[in-house]
Design a protein around this ligand. Structure first.
Ligand code: RB5
Length: 150
């Protein structure tokens, strides 16, 4: 699968670990955002680049990382059609796929350790959308977006 990973400076080191992990899983990885962990880089730009890759179809899924995961998840969720969930454990990452059909997993590099982060990545790719009543709800989100983006 084509996956985009993006981060600000605070998420840079974890982003590179996630990239390596995804490549080991056999995914094709596009890297956006900060190019170092020392030079300040806006989570807004990092989120925009990731969201554009998903919207355009350049990537099917995304992993968005900043210090807390809050800023970048807010940015990514402003894009029509994207469902991004800020997760801090494996269960949340699993539910993001199973219940919300999320395409973007957000996390905070200053919140979760590397082990938890990579377990979340595994769960995010392992889990399937459950459909049925959850599909109705996701469809309701899409309808709400149609209203909001008129
Ligand atoms: C950067 O210092 C920090 O504000 C950012 O990584 C993120 O946590 C914002 O939500």
């Amino acid at each position: 699968m084509k996956v985009v990973v993006s981060s600000d400076h605070a998420g840079y080191d974890l982003k590179m670990k996630v990239k390596e992990h995804l490549e080991k899983m056999g995914h094709e990885v596009i890297v956006e955002g900060a190019v170092s962990g020392t030079e300040p880089y806006s989570y807004v730009e990092a989120g925009q680049a990731l969201a554009n890759d998903v919207i355009s179809g350049k990537a099917e899924r995304g992993i968005a990382i900043c210090g807390t995961g809050i800023g970048i998840s807010i940015v990514v969720n402003k894009f029509k059609g994207i469902r991004c969930g800020l997760c801090c454990n494996e269960y949340m990452a699993r539910m993001l796929r199973q219940h919300n059909d999320g395409q973007v997993l957000a996390m905070g590099a200053r919140v979760v350790g590397q082990g938890v982060a990579l377990n979340m990545v595994d769960a995010f790719f392992d889990e399937q959308f459950a459909g049925e009543r959850h599909a109705v709800r996701v469809n309701d989100i899409c309808k709400q977006e149609e209203e909001f983006f008129k």
